[in-house]
Design a protein around this ligand. Structure first.
Ligand SMILES: [Zn+2]
Length: 394
């Protein structure tokens, strides 16, 4: 076959072999260079979009360097490399896509008890810049955002405004969409946790996975609950006056019978994957904050709420009296947003999450609770978590 191509395409067939050992001849003589240059120029001139064109140029440059220094020393590769390079450069061979990275970049999903503020704009812009950078580097990139629409704060706010809860939610979602338009940020998907067709089946499927694993159990619980944070707070996390350090309000004493998630079971595994950067948290001091939190030991977390407190929440599978609490309800948006329960092909394409862009107040929820849920569900954990601070003056 090599012979055939040499005779047909390369006039210098007799000493082709020898010449191929040199850079100059490699580029200007022989079958492989012919295919390279043909496809290279074809790629440049053909009516394909800019991103693909860029991929071709970058891959071409890399391959030239790579071939000479390493692959070209392997005799078999030297003879048949043209097949490889041809596939690699030809824009009509969809096989090119196997050389592209698939990347899911996600913001946190803002809580819809109000419209957007400056902090949301900052997070969207950071994520959008990174998504654009990845797209222009030739990566198949999916930019995900959405809305967190369950929780007592939302219900209380709607009551205060004398509106139906869903009516207020729709209005706030519209404000966020307007912000995306104004900022020219271009998410590929905006997933809402009230989406009963796409989001609910995902949340419920994940719940069942954790339950099957034996990581969900029911127990009576009483504790101090900050409505602002929507979490039960251990007393050590309160300030000197017994207030939530973020909301400066006294948490309420609540007693409930709820489902719990065995977070404590994953303490050692979490320490390992965070300290060895399997889940890379940046900047470094945020990673250290998470590790120091982990070193204090983990408690299991409340995973559901009574359905009469949040009637529009996602029902717990097999128990009508309970709805899911924020963890399985909201954090699963990173799965439903790419089609976990309705588009397996898309899900496989973008999973696992390449990057979460989140605020410092929710770094524990992502780095600890969400990663533990993924471990429990036997799913690959996210690759990177970028934690940003708050906008304190504007
Ligand atoms: Zn709070």
């Amino acid at each position: 076959m090599v012979e055939y191509f040499c005779q047909n395409f390369c006039k210098a067939s007799a000493d082709c072999e020898k010449k191929r050992d040199k850079l100059a001849s490699d580029v200007f003589h022989g079958v492989t260079p012919f295919c390279d240059w043909f496809v290279f120029w074809f790629g440049i001139l053909s009516p394909i979009n800019n991103e693909w064109r860029r991929v071709i140029v970058i891959k071409f440059t890399i391959s030239q360097v790579f071939r000479i220094h390493f692959l070209y020393k392997i005799p078999i590769f030297r003879h048949f490399q043209w097949i490889f390079w041809k596939i690699m450069y030809n824009p009509f061979f969809s096989l090119l896509s196997i050389f592209m990275q698939h990347r899911l970049i996600a913001t946190s999903i803002p809580y819809m008890n109000a419209g957007p503020h400056m902090g949301h704009a900052m997070e969207f812009i950071i994520a959008d810049i990174l998504a654009r950078y990845n797209r222009s580097s030739g990566n198949d990139t999916f930019f995900l955002t959405g809305a967190d629409e369950h929780g007592s704060k939302i219900y209380n706010k709607a009551q205060e405004l004398e509106k139906e809860t869903l009516e207020m939610l729709d209005e706030n979602v519209e404000l966020f969409n307007t912000l995306h338009t104004a900022l020219h940020t271009t998410p590929d998907e905006f997933i809402r946790t009230t989406d009963q067709v796409r989001h609910w089946p995902t949340a419920q499927a994940i719940w069942r996975k954790l339950e099957t694993k034996g990581d969900i159990y029911k127990k009576k619980y009483s504790g101090l609950y900050c409505e602002g944070c929507e979490v039960f707070m251990p007393e050590k996390d309160l300030d000197s006056e017994g207030n939530c350090p973020i909301h400066h309000k006294k948490p309420l004493l609540l007693e409930e019978e709820n489902y719990f998630f065995r977070l404590s079971k994953y303490e050692e595994q979490l320490k390992k994957i965070i300290s060895n950067d399997t889940v890379k948290i940046v900047p470094e001091f945020r990673k250290n904050e998470i590790l120091s939190f982990l070193s204090e030991g983990l408690n299991d977390v409340s995973f559901s709420r009574s359905a009469d407190k949040m009637p529009w929440g996602i029902p717990v599978p097999g128990d009508e009296t309970q709805v899911m609490y924020v963890w399985c309800d909201a954090l699963t948006n990173y799965l439903s947003g790419i089609g976990y329960s309705f588009d397996q092909e898309k899900f496989n394409r973008y999973y696992p999450t390449y990057l979460h862009v989140i605020g410092k107040d929710i770094s524990r929820f992502h780095a600890i609770i969400y990663m533990a849920m993924l471990l429990s569900a036997d799913m690959e954990t996210s690759k990177n978590i970028l934690v940003h601070g708050f906008v304190t003056s504007a």
